[in-house]
Write a protein that binds this ligand. Sequence first.
Ligand code: CUA
Length: 375
Amino acid sequence: MSLLAACSGSGPQSSLEPVGPVSREIDGLWILVFSIAVVVFILVFVALVVALWRFREREGDDRRPKQLHGNTKLEITWTIIPAVILAVITVPTVQGIFSVREVPTSPDTVQIVVTGHQWWWEYEYVGYERADGRPLYSANELHIPAGPPINLTMTSADVIHSFWVPPLNGKRDLVPGTLSNLTLTADPEVATTDYGAGVGVLLGQCAEFCGLAHADMRIRVFVHTPEEFDAWIAEQMEPAPVAEGGAAADGFTTFTAVCTACHQATVQQPDGTVEWVGPEDFFIEIDDVAFHSALGPDLTSFNNRTRFGGAVFVNDDQHVAAWLDNPSDLKPMQPELNDIADRRILGMPAFGLTSQEIFELMTMLETWGEQPVER
Ligand code: CUA
């Protein structure tokens, strides 16, 4: 049964269906090594079967075969052949290691700074500022344009994570205190192709065990045409409206009383002023890069996300209501170990919100960002 799993077609999370130059290079290397391995496998098995058949025991044979020691020609041959095979594999492998690790420098490179958290991904789109003067922050769902190289500059706020979107590139660890880079480049047609998770949607996940909700630390990459990407950025730049009255306004009161201990948002007050609500910014400085390290995701454009909670749960009434009631009912976390002063967060706790408060928060969140485009 477990063998049959290998027979399923390529899904949206397969290394064997590369959709960009970097992953294609990795796939080419895999095909080369695999082909050589198949040839070696066939030759060895044919030789083995022939030997078993030809030298099987026959009636009247002496059970003790002819004793030989040493055959210089044979020994040189079986040393040289593997050495040549390894040399053939080594050259493209070493070339591949360097080219996959290359940090893109072309002027059209899109720069995104990634901070890994237990158990979510924080993104900063470098060069884009919201009206409050702060960079554009988002979480879990990564939006990129098809075509230009995307340079992810990454670190971790707590333990080692690993960023892995198989159709675009291999895995790259996010190590606390260390900076790592990963290039994602998608072919132009990816933006208009459905690989099984929606048009232009590729799936990935954290590939390094990082604790209780490691399996729920997913990634959804939305690959856009350049025009769609600009439209998405424009949508994200919009501050979240604060309602003048009604349920959404009451929701905002709860938001600033409870949620902003960890979450942040760029909001626009009814009088038009744009301001930022949330805890003080915290940065991890490594090699001239300031990695924003929030206690919880920025929620400015929450309604624009298709998933939340590590890109696992569909962003609909049912899931958001259940999450606000008790997040640990949906996702295994350890909020009892949280220590905000020490910046140690292992999940969102249940705050004992009433169903009225949950309704008000949801009413507010539904006005924070446009509905995502149907894919
Ligand atoms: Cu993060 Cu596994």
